[in-house]
Write a protein that binds this ligand. Sequence first.
Ligand code: PEP
Ligand code: MG
Length: 570
Amino acid sequence: MSFQVFGLPVSRGVAIGRAVLVASSRVDVAHYFIDASRVATEVQRLRDARDTVASELTVMQRDLPGDAPHELSALLDVHLMLLHDEALTGATRHWIEERHYNAEWALSAQLEVLARQFDEMEDEYLRERKADLEQVVERLLRSLTAQGQPTPAPAVGPRDFGGEDPLVLIANDIAPADMLQFKKSVFTGFVTDVGGRTSHTAIVARSLDIPAVVGAREVSRVVRQDDWVIIDGDAGVVLVDPSPLLLEEYRFRQRQSELERERLDRLRHTPAVTLDGEVVELLANIELPGDAPGAIEAGAVGVGLFRSEFLFMNRDGELPGEEEQFEAYRRVVEGMRGLPVTIRTVDVGADKPLERMSVNELRHEHALNPALGLRAIRWSLSEPSMFRQQLRAILRAAALGPVKLLIPMLGNTSEIRATLEALARARQQLRESGRSFGEVEVGAMIEVPAAALIIDRFLEAFDFVSIGTNDLIQYTLAIDRADEAVAHLYDPWHPAVLELIRRTISASQAAGKAVSVCGEMAGDPAFTATLLQLGLRSFSMHPAQISVIKQQILRADTRRLGASAAGGRP
Ligand code: PEP
Ligand code: MG
């Protein structure tokens, strides 16, 4: 029976495919298709993993001390029974043989199927066996990892082995860093239960330019493995098990939006100039060094925001050292071929934890509000040697091309002072060690209302400012940007938000300092006219948005834009 689930539209376009349900904790499991000739090898890997786990469990049971509670041995019996149950390994084989999933993916797909069956059981004792099943699967996954993966074959898509269907990913939540690994993945769309429009998971989905809906609440409970699903990333609707008529209509819309994109792509190398001759700078927001060529390809005239924190995530506590960071920044600078690159110092915390953690886990693990805690520059200043390491790496990359340094989440003058002192020390250390480095313009992100309200002091201390509207809205309105429960109150058109943006732009212009917007507002065509009217001439956004915004700019006449910014509210 077909039905709809509503969420927040976060990444445009339409995706149609079969649902792959993935538990948040298993999003990082490798998902790739295997070639037909590899099916037998993959099934053998699964068998080997099962045998290894079986002998581990048997040894554990044999070695239990004599006084161990009887329940422990009984528990191991349950695990052994689950391990040999056809419903687990036999059915997992099916995903490998029929769908050509790699063994890890097949195993987690089958776990999702069984976990649901457990959830629906009346008997509480049986329902609780789900945790045992998860432990057994965890062991199997560990054993598969220990075997080492045969080289994944990212080039193999569903169609490469005979007309299989496209796939869309449904999860309770996906951590921002995990989202990045879907860049080259087999999924053509994403839906999550949790998240807000400017949560970092949504931002990464947009940067991947794949249709996505977040905050769809119960979606991962009501959709079943393999259901046909339409993701309408423009309207924020997920249509499950659609009728043939609906499928036909959405296929038509999908083709239309592809055509529209191709049409817009022709604007890639057209300069962004308004009808009345105002030149506008369109820059790219990127997350990884490998994104630089895509930014150039999209027609960006530089990088306005390189979110360096993605280099720091999911590393089991081992942060990248100066050399590794230098290499990453060098790649971006060289990749941008002489165009300016704005590197933002690490902004971890809030919904971007260093460890692999979803928003849900964060909520449960941190009773306090992480968005107001040790985040961004606050974290950097609390780790002075790590911070100087990053500053040195950025300064060294500046010897290779034009680099600007951007500091996130500053709110007061003591932080400004401490930041500039750290920078001076990093320069001094480089001088003393005789390593070459370049000059950088230094900028502050204006994303805390306090910063916008004392903008003149920021302008005295910095060469430029960049308005982070995602956080500016969150902190002005006291609305957690990652919380779907208050997403309806996250209002970029709120007069208080527009007033803070207006002040920042006009004060910067009066001081003769450059100002840009690098929050999601810059890449949203609904705000282009308003931002132009507020005097903004520099926008930084996901590369995929550049053509859309350019079209708005080419059509705009700044002399005719309305007097009131808030008048732009649709
Ligand atoms: C912002 O807050 O607008 C911004 C660009 O930074 P981030 O989204 O990474 O917090
Ligand atoms: Mg921010």
